[in-house]
Write a protein that binds this ligand. Structure first.
Ligand code: ADP
Ligand code: MG
Length: 499
């Protein structure tokens, strides 16, 4: 088998910052975006005499993540010190969990590309452990000095380590997106890659399909979905080139150079840091009682995979279900709109608004407007969206019930969005109601046919394509407000009568 046919094998180590009010082992508050070095205390700075105390809320959040990924939660886990010297680490070590993580096993269902049917993969997890974050160094271009911000030092993290089950760069990105969706559904992290609350190291190797695994190389600190994908592709290229030239792949740590689209070796494994792990002497083992697990399990929200399955059951395509569930807010918005549609249907005795129709309007016209909105804080979620979920249901009912045309629907939605007003109100105020009255339309049609003798003769002579012309005339005469579903049969009958 040629090296060109070697398959990539990828395992990800994902760091996710937990959105607690205070840090992992100290009551010191922490939130993103504060002035540098304003969120520090004696513990954060590693001053003598300070002692770590685990943050109960962070432990609870970590349990949520582990339960969502169906891990086995360990009743007893242990803290360990991982030593290295670097200016972003005031204590000279990081507290983490080494040989005794709080969660093992489990895995995630990862939707296929475009949510395609049958392409779902399952990526197993090795473990999840808790740890504290380091501070942040900033190296200004061309400056001799670097800056360090200790705000982030000590922030709570979980590190989610996958088995090497991922087979492509694109799948790695989909896995990351699924993880992001899950932690957002759980409400434990804003999982913002740009702000660093979700980060990823990617381990990559290549080898013959089904054969022994190749030597892995680890790309550090990938902070966007795009770079994650590009970096893995670049690394696969690098390894293929080496092997094709008969050179071995050496285990190493790499960084991704975005400008050159290449991975670059930072250090070889032989030179890898010796972290001198040892058990943390200042804290007893962490005990997670079954009561906590039960409590967390009880208020577990519906997760993306379950939601996708539910939406499929409503007749939505895998693609639509994927789009709706990728964002927790959007999924909640859709659910709220769907509930309103059902209530509406019960009132009117008619189920005009199907899940599919609602999904089309919400993920099409409405989502486009939200994405194009210059105000950055507009989101499509209940309570924040300019168009309330009930209004989306109302709009679709207006269109599907033939009260307004689909084209008018788009305009009404635009106004509803801009003015934060119910579509029904706008329809009445601005006269968007379609003309469906057959008497009124029949009279109009007769008039048009009288005035179009030539076309009527051509139509009756077999040029049936001219029907479109007549429909157009009716629309013009009604300023687009005639209901085409009513117009067509009336026109056909009127033309037939002139034969
Ligand atoms: P370490 O603790 O030294 O980083 P781990 O065994 O915990 O090593 O593995 C770290 C990551 O490397 C895991 O996500 C795992 O899936 C991945 N991995 C292990 N072997 C390979 C391989 N041959 N190719 C790709 N990824 C691998
Ligand atoms: Mg590692």
């Amino acid at each position: 088998m040629s090296v060109r046919d070697y398959q990539p094998v990828i395992g990800l180590e994902v760091h996710c910052q937990l959105d607690t009010a205070s840090k992992m082992f100290t009551g010191c508050p922490f939130h993103f975006g504060a002035e540098p070095n304003t969120q520090v205390d004696a513990y954060t700075l590693g001053l003598p005499g300070t002692l770590p105390v685990p943050n109960a809320r962070a432990v609870e959040f970590a349990v949520r993540v582990a339960l969502a990924a169906r891990c086995e939660i360990q009743r007893v886990s242990r803290w360990a010190r991982k030593h290295y010297f670097y200016p972003d680490l005031p204590k000279g070590y990081q507290i983490t969990q080494n040989d005794h993580p709080y969660a093992r096993g489990g895995g995630l269902e990862v939707p296929g590309p475009k949510g395609a049917e049958g392409d779902t993969t399952y990526v197993r997890l090795i473990r999840i452990h808790m740890e504290e974050d380091a501070g942040k160094n900033t190296h200004l271009h061309g400056e001799r000095d670097s800056l360090v911000d200790y705000n982030r030092a000590g922030a709570p993290l979980v590190e989610i380590v996958s088995e090497p089950d991922i087979r492509s760069a694109a799948e790695a990105a989909r896995y990351m997106k699924e993880l992001r969706a899950i932690v957002r559904y759980l409400g434990v992290s804003d999982a913002n890659m740009e702000q660093g609350s979700l980060r990823c190291d990617a381990n990559v190797s290549i080898g013959p399909a089904g054969g022994p695994l190749g030597t892995r190389c680890e790309i550090k600190n990938l902070n966007s979905f795009k770079f994650l994908e590009l970096a893995i592709r670049a690394e696969i290229r690098r390894q293929r080139d080496l092997l094709a030239r008969g050179l071995p792949v050496q285990q190493c740590t790499l960084s991704y150079d975005t400008a050159r689209d290449e991975t670059r070796i930072m250090r070889l494994k032989e030179a890898a840091a010796d972290y001198r792990y040892f058990p943390e002497p200042d804290m007893p083992p962490l005990v997670i009682e079954p009561e906590l697990i039960e409590r967390v399990q009880e208020d577990m929200p519906e997760l993306p995979a379950a939601r996708r399955a539910r939406y499929r059951g409503l007749g939505l395509s895998a693609y639509d279900a994927g789009v709706l569930t990728a964002d927790a807010g959007l999924a909640r918005y859709f659910d709220a709109a769907l509930t309103c549609a059902k209530e509406h249907g019960q009132r009117e005795g008619e189920d005009l608004v199907t899940a599919k129709k609602l999904c089309n309007w919400i993920t099409g016209e409405l989502l486009r407007r939200v994405n194009e909105d210059e105000r950055g804080d507009v989101r499509l979620e209940p309570g924040r969206a300019p168009v309330e979920p009930a209004w989306s249901a109302e709009l679709v009912a207006l269109v599907e019930g033939g009260v307004i045309s689909a084209r008018a629907g788009k305009e009404v939605l635009g106004k509803s969005y801009a003015e934060r007003r119910a579509p029904g109100e706008i329809v009445e105020r601005d006269g968007y109601r379609q003309v469906s009255d057959t008497g009124e339309l029949s009279a109009l049609i007769e008039g048009i046919l009288d005035r179009s003798e030539k076309q009527v003769a051509q139509y009756l002579g077999g040029k049936t394509k001219l029907l479109g012309f007549f429909v157009g005339q009716v629309m013009k005469a009604t300023r687009g407000q005639a209901n085409p579903k009513v117009v067509r049969p009336l026109l056909l009958a009127a033309l037939k009568a002139r034969a």
